[in-house]
Design a protein around this ligand. Structure first.
Ligand SMILES: [Zn+2]
Length: 282
């Protein structure tokens, strides 16, 4: 889609006050004014002037509502943290929102459904929020390894009903306090609902594809559901600080770096699950 981006400002419009040429900036994949009531409430992905960013796989990008969308780093970053800064634009911002929406608290038992970049960075987010037990669901050895590096304490390889049953086994038959749904299919959503304890919360950030939600299990499992496109802009300053201070290294999700011209190969590698996440450089 090309909606994740960071880079150096070349030029700004006459009304732009918060960023200036020469600064390194990171933007949300949602364009927001950051001044309307929805933005003020922390839901910039529901902004009254919302647009979704695309076309970022380009040497130069125009960002509307720059003041409300972009946040600059304190100085120009060193090369080694640029991948981590880029993750904030979507995959980390989204994983963080999933954990926030699922009400992850210190000492929580949590589950992550989905082992893509968002799910893996959901694990990292939960760890930072103080979760004690983090159960990651993955069948892929490389991703399991990264999940553990980010803080996962348990790995579940089963899917669907079997996966949820395994979570119940691991939680004395209760289920998890918080579950992050980072896939967007009916199977993954049902797995999330069945893995959650009564009164627990699900943060869902997987873009729904072919998902029709049966309210029966939602009703009887007594779960809270909150999710949608992440209001990344809300989290940009804090996440930039965490990367800047080298407290986290979310850029580890990039296991393939390509020049901008080879964008199609990047998609192929991710589609065939040869790569977790490809980074394009200009
Ligand atoms: Zn707004």
């Amino acid at each position: 889609m090309g909606h994740e981006y960071c880079g150096v400002v070349e030029e700004v419009g006459s009304a732009v006050k918060a960023v200036k040429p020469g600064q390194f900036v990171i933007g949300s994949f949602c364009i927001s004014d950051n001044t309307c009531p929805n933005c003020e409430a922390g839901y910039q992905s529901g902004c009254q002037n919302l647009e979704f960013m695309s076309r970022a796989q380009a040497p130069v990008l125009r960002v509307p509502f720059a003041d409300g969308t972009l946040v600059a780093t304190p100085e120009l970053p060193s090369d080694d943290i640029i991948p981590s800064l880029l993750t904030i634009s979507d995959v980390l911002g989204t994983g963080w929102f999933a954990a926030d929406a699922a009400n992850v608290k210190p000492g929580s038992t949590v589950v992550v459904v989905g082992d893509g970049a968002v799910g893996l960075l959901g694990v990292l987010s939960e760890k930072l929020m103080g979760a004690e037990r983090i159960i990651a669901m993955s069948r892929n050895e490389k991703r399991q390894h990264l999940a553990k590096e980010f803080g996962a304490t348990d790995i579940v390889t089963e899917r669907g009903n079997d996966g949820a049953a395994r979570v119940k086994d691991l939680t004395r038959g209760i289920g998890a306090d918080s579950v992050l749904e980072c896939v967007g299919t009916e199977e993954s959503m049902m797995q999330a609902i069945q893995s959650t304890r009564p009164g627990g919360s699900i943060g869902y950030v997987g873009v729904p594809h072919g998902l029709k939600l049966d309210m029966w299990p939602v009703f009887f499992h007594l779960v809270r559901l909150h999710g949608g496109p992440a209001p990344v802009r809300r989290f940009l300053p804090d996440l930039i600080k965490l990367v800047w201070d080298r407290k986290i290294e979310p850029g580890k999700v990039f296991d393939l770096v390509l020049p901008l011209e080879l964008v199609a190969e990047g998609y192929r590698a991710m589609d065939e699950r040869r790569a977790i996440k490809a980074l394009l450089r200009h």
